[in-house]
Ligand binder design. Structure first.
Ligand SMILES: [Zn+2]
Length: 215
């Protein structure tokens, strides 16, 4: 049985450092370090537009908010993501998605990772390969707008989708994102099921949602 979504959702730490009750389910975007405003806006817009498409199925529409944090002081040479998740764990929100320019090098693959989903409702996106492997700003923002939805899927423990047109599909290269045009019906159903759990809307057994993944 997964736990944590409800606990994180019950209180939130304000800019004054004081915890207060969070009355409305929230998705928190945590921008680490120097994340440009146009990127932050694109990520928030993409999340908001996605929730617009789920409006009829989700009884409560989550509030998407943003906060800025410095990159962690000590980032290991490998498995850099381990320095970020402790910050996300205390950021507040039902689902918390981090974004950073730091590269996440996975020596077991070996290559840099786009995103991690971990600890139930936590996701982390690295701009590193997108910045280095995309030619135009417009295309960069388009790809990032899609990858934040994939990161949300990973935070919600969705499996990679076999449909290459679906945003939830596995991405090996940055231009794999360019084939994504939609969230397929199957992933949409899984999203709604998982989001209802993380947003604290009772729907039944969520015991098979637990997993960790990276891509
Ligand atoms: Zn799909």
């Amino acid at each position: 049985m997964i736990t944590g979504g409800g606990i994180r959702g019950s209180t939130m730490r304000g800019s004054d450092g004081i915890r207060y009750n969070q009355k409305h389910p929230g998705i928190t975007l945590v921008c680490f370090g120097r994340i440009e405003h146009d990127l932050k806006d694109e990520l928030l817009h993409s999340l908001s537009a996605f929730f617009d498409t789920l409006q009829e199925e989700l009884p409560v529409r989550p509030v998407c908010s943003c906060r800025f944090e410095p990159d962690p002081e000590k980032i290991p040479a490998q498995n850099q993501e381990t320095a970020y998740f402790p910050v996300l764990e205390i950021a507040g929100g039902n689902i918390i998605l981090g974004v950073t320019n730091t590269g996440f090098y996975d020596p077991s693959l070996p290559r840099y990772i786009f995103s991690y989903g971990r600890f139930n409702g936590l996701g982390l996106l690295s701009t590193y390969r997108f910045r280095n492997e995309t030619n135009t700003r417009r295309q960069y923002l388009e790809r990032m707008g899609k990858q934040i939805i994939k990161t949300l899927a990973m935070a919600c423990s969705l499996d990679a989708c076999p449909d290459k047109g679906c945003v939830v599909s596995y991405h090996r290269y940055v231009d794999d994102l360019d084939h994504n045009r939609y969230v397929c019906e199957s992933c949409r159903t899984e999203f709604i099921r998982s989001l209802k759990f993380f947003l604290d809307i009772p729907y039944g057994d969520a015991s098979n949602l637990l997993q960790t993944e990276g891509e």
